[in-house]
Design a protein around this ligand. Structure first.
Ligand SMILES: *[C@@H]1O[C@H](CO)[C@@H](O)[C@H](O)[C@H]1NC(C)=O
Ligand SMILES: *[C@@H]1O[C@H](CO)[C@@H](O)[C@H](O)[C@H]1NC(C)=O
Ligand SMILES: *[C@@H]1O[C@H](CO)[C@@H](O)[C@H](O)[C@H]1NC(C)=O
Ligand SMILES: [Zn+2]
Length: 894
């Protein structure tokens, strides 16, 4: 193959492309993270019309998360928040009635409920079977309607949750959304003339973190639940960036979402979430399951490092986040309450969406799967035609097969390169998760590794022509788009977009090559199109004198072909890394975090720089070899730098779970410690903790985590992620009678009858838990029937029942009939004890740190927590966030 005399070398070419390689990703990221300007005033100073005020929303969030504090279901603070919200709801109702009284004829009615109730439901999670029982939990509900039966018949539900989880003040999750909803009510009510054709039901649900009890209570027991036709759920797993739409379950609701001023969501996020890899779940699940309705599930996801931690505070919520959520929610409500609303149509059910949608640079695109199938197939066919008619070697079948093979091998090489470095970092150097502190840091470590792997695989194939490789890349993307969409994967749009870019580039390439044959004045044609700076343009035009059809490819081809992959790929990598990097800090020590992150970088990277493989062949074998060597050196250098980095710091903390447990049967006290990540250094930390707090000379014991380990049942089934240690604590000599008689935590069987002829035993298991919340019982039995929501499995098995109840509630029960005598030998861990053995555990309401810092009860646990927390902060420089729980456990044979 002859090379042009005037072709630029690799460095010069890369420099020419640099503005594009930097500018396009910059543009993509800028758009992706742009937020509205926060509004302070509740009323527009000029028009006097009400407006959604971020300042007001954040005031509510701050009041809930700081003035009230940790609102874990069952705590006193939770009850205080309940009372506050109830009062707020009645104030809004009064305001509504006052406003309506001054506007005669305005059809607007505001109603308020405080719902309270008991229930139980099955809540399988992370492939564990789990049951929930709740007593006296509450919800606060506001309904805005036009006051007619007809207007109330089809309603949209807007949901947020008032409670926060165990170790978190929950400012973003979910006090922010509570504030947004309150603001939406205020603005709707005060907007002159606004009348809802269809009702809007605002649910301030007060038990999400205890595993969606509040939404279950509403869905199964509230009198207006059956009027709900669609749901808008507002959540947060982070504190920055726009609110992401990550579940949209019908065509109608996706179209409704098109009305928001700042759309941010893609079918890609939907498909990732519904695949379950994120192991997370929202109230949306209850609404889908019990109300059988469609909806939109949205959450703030940026900077997810503080999610469910102490750092979930208003000061960490980025300016504009509240405004974004409020503006979008408000637009949705207005549309869904209007005469144009899809709500009445949804009364007769809905179908799973067969719709591709994505927000792209602020525009929202929606089209049907059918359109997508046709469009993508057409593009694939057009690509084939383009290749077939290309002339030269490109149109030769054998060359094309080889070229497709080469670009595929390149992508595989990227994957292998990145994972090889991951292996070295994690296994050989013991420096896993070195990139944790920055969502984009993995790009620095694994980007060059992936590129190096890709280029290494190209070394044996340097005789395949560049232009053929470009066409092969187009062909593979067009094929993936069409095949993926025909298989029902909406995310295939990603490949369609990149293929369009490459197709256009190669069509232009064809035309230019044709025009620059000797008969045509190609050079003039080219400069006529140029609006690029002349210097660059001149370089890019270089080689137009080349007449050989297989010859020189203009840099313009690369520029054009790369625009959309760069734009889309940057958005994709930003969106995935923002979610997955912080997730590695909480998804278990056994999870292959290093390889997952390396693979994400390699896959998204191969996509983003789709044309890197053809480009690598542009300058001949010597240049390729040099590039590989330079990259190898670069990979070595970045590895050296990353191997020296600390994994955690003050704003990207390690999650440490610490349980101070008193055993009611033995009187022993232990400290149980667990981490939820696989970062190095945990064993050393546990040893330091043991030296400082444990019994002298007794080493920490690594504990096996399985279904029969009840120590961590408070966090079941999340406990499966933990790799815990147990530390013996010295007994405080002053500590003798731990439990005042009125504070007995017991499990007993009442109304106990054995039917020997049937071989069954019926009873009411009664759990008394004064002062103790989030109780869990676990036992092995073959349950025949019980008062929990679901029919039990027809076999001898271990069952876990978790309770969550309102503050002050101190008893719960479950009625059941079990096979008796129990087939005790069914599991090696269940020994014959002459009765039903029940493991039980709970958290003492007054013994949680830091939630209960202010009203510490002087117990040994709280004294220990105070010391522990201060010691840990000093020892680790604040890079560890510990959740400290004072638990009581026991074993009863009933
Ligand atoms: C829930 O159960 C508690 C305790 O058994 C009882 O006092 C309360 O009345 C029940 N609430 C409802 C709404 O049934
Ligand atoms: C839920 O709705 C879907 C679609 O409208 C319908 O096909 C299905 O039968 C419903 N399921 C139940 C349990 O009502
Ligand atoms: C549940 O709430 C009801 C009404 O508020 C109250 O009468 C009852 O005592 C509560 N039950 C428990 C077990 O606390
Ligand atoms: Zn939440």
């Amino acid at each position: 193959m002859v090379r042009t005399r005037r072709q630029w070398g690799p460095v010069r070419s890369l420099l020419a492309l640099l503005p594009l390689l930097v500018g396009v990703p910059w543009l993509a990221v800028k758009h992706q993270y742009s937020l509205p300007t926060p509004i302070v005033d509740q009323y527009d100073p000029i028009t006097s019309l009400p407006q959604l005020s971020e300042a007001t929303i954040l005031e509510y969030a701050k009041y809930l998360s700081e003035d009230i504090g940790y609102r874990t279901p069952g705590t006193r603070e939770h009850a205080i928040a309940d009372a506050w919200m109830t009062e707020k709801a009645y104030q809004l109702k009064e305001e509504c009635e006052r406003v309506v009284a001054t506007q005669p004829g305005r059809k607007l009615q505001c109603e308020v409920w405080r719902q309270e109730g008991n229930g139980s439901h099955r809540f399988d999670m992370m492939s564990a079977r789990l049951y929930k029982r709740y007593v006296n939990l509450s919800n606060i509900i506001i309904r805005l309607s036009d006051g007619t039966e007809q207007g109330k018949a089809d309603a949209v539900l807007v949901n947020s949750h008032l409670d926060s989880t165990l170790p978190s003040p929950g400012a973003a999750d979910d006090a922010l959304a509570v504030g947004v909803m309150i603001e939406c009510v205020r603005v709707l009510v005060n907007t002159p003339g606004w009348e809802p054709k269809h009702a809007v039901v605002f649910l301030f649900n007060n038990a999400e973190e205890s595993l969606q009890d509040g939404s279950h209570l509403f869905s199964t027991q509230h009198p207006i639940a059956s009027t709900i036709r669609a749901v808008v759920n507002l959540e947060a797993a982070g504190t920055t960036g726009p609110e992401l739409l990550f579940q949209a379950t019908s065509q109608e609701m996706i179209e409704a979402y098109a009305h928001v001023p700042r759309p941010y969501g893609t079918i890609f996020a939907n498909e990732i979430f519904s695949s379950g890899v994120l192991l997370s779940d929202t109230d949306f699940r209850q609404f889908e399951y019990y109300l059988n309705v469609t909806g939109l599930d949205m959450a703030v996801v940026g900077n997810s490092y503080m999610y469910h931690m102490r750092g979930d505070l208003v000061e960490n919520i980025e300016a504009g986040v509240a405004q974004h959520m409020a503006d979008n929610t408000f637009a949705l409500i207005k549309h869904l309450a209007s005469p144009a609303s899809p709500l009445p149509g949804l009364a007769s059910g809905y179908a799973r969406p067969r719709t591709v949608f994505f927000a792209y640079l602020g525009q929202f695109f929606v089209y049907s799967f059918r359109t997508a199938e046709v469009l993508y197939s057409l593009l694939f066919i057009a690509s084939c035609v383009l290749i077939k008619t290309a002339g030269g070697t490109t149109s030769r079948g054998a060359t094309m097969v080889k070229a497709v093979f080469v670009v595929t091998v390149g992508a595989l090489g990227a994957l292998i390169g990145a994972n090889a470095v991951a292996f070295v970092m994690q296994r050989m150097l013991g420096r896993g998760m070195s990139w944790f502190k920055g969502e984009f840091e993995p790009l620095i470590l694994y980007g060059p590794a992936a590129m190096c792997g890709a280029l290494l695989t190209q070394l044996p194939f340097t005789r395949v022509p560049e232009r053929a490789l470009l066409h092969a890349q187009l062909l593979s993307h067009a094929f993936l788009a069409a095949a993926g969409q025909l298989a029902g994967v909406g995310s295939s749009a990603i490949f369609f977009l990149s293929a369009v870019s490459m197709f256009v580039a190669l069509v232009v390439d064809r035309v230019v090559t044709y025009l620059s044959t000797p008969n045509v004045d190609g050079a003039r044609m080219m400069s006529g199109t140029g609006n690029m700076q002349s210097g660059v343009a001149k370089g890019l035009e270089d080689g137009n004198e080349k007449v050989d059809k297989d010859g020189f490819v203009s840099l313009w081809t690369y520029a054009l072909g790369q625009v959309i992959p760069l734009l889309t790929g940057t958005q994709l990598s930003a969106a995935t890394l923002v979610v997955f990097v912080p997730l590695t800090g909480r998804f278990g020590s056994e999870a292959p975090a290093e390889y997952i992150i390396a693979s994400i970088v390699a896959i998204v990277g191969s996509y983003t720089l789709s044309l890197a493989t053809p480009f690598a062949h542009r300058f001949g074998p010597t240049a390729l070899r040099k590039a590989v060597i330079v990259l190898l050196l670069g990979v070595g250098a970045t590895m050296a730098v990353f191997a020296r980095k600390d994994v955690f710091d003050r704003s990207h903390q390690k999650r440490l779970f610490v349980l101070h447990k008193e055993d009611l049967n033995t009187g022993e006290q232990h400290l149980h410690i667990a981490a939820a990540d696989g970062a190095p250094g945990f064993d050393d930390l546990v040893h330091d903790i043991t030296t400082r707090f444990g019994v002298d000379g007794v080493p920490p014991k690594a504990v096996v985590m399985d279904n029969w380990n009840s120590d961590w049942d408070t966090l079941y089934p999340f406990s499966a992620f933990l790799s815990p240690y147990k530390i013996d604590l010295p007994l405080d000599p002053a500590y003798d009678a731990p439990w005042p008689p009125e504070e007995q935590f017991t499990v007993s069987a009442v109304n106990d009858t054995i039917d020997e002829s049937k071989g069954t035993r019926s009873m009411t298991l009664r759990i008394d838990h004064p002062g103790i919340m989030w109780t869990v019982i676990a036992f092995d039995a073959q349950v025949l029937e019980w008062t929990l929501d679901n029919s039990p499995p027809e076999e001898f098995a271990r069952h876990h029942i978790k309770e969550a109840s309102f503050y002050g509630t101190d008893v719960w029960t479950v009625d059941m009939t079990i096979k008796w005598p129990s087939p005790q030998n069914m599991h090696p861990k269940s020994s014959d004890v002459g009765g039903l053995k029940v493991d039980f555990i709970g958290i003492q309401e007054k013994r949680m740190w830091p939630a209960k810092k202010a009203d510490a009860d002087g117990s040994q646990a709280m004294k220990l927590f105070r010391e522990f927390d201060a010691w840990l902060d000093e020892k680790t420089g604040g890079s560890v966030d510990a959740l400290l729980m004072g638990c009581v456990s026991g074993q009863a044979v009933v």
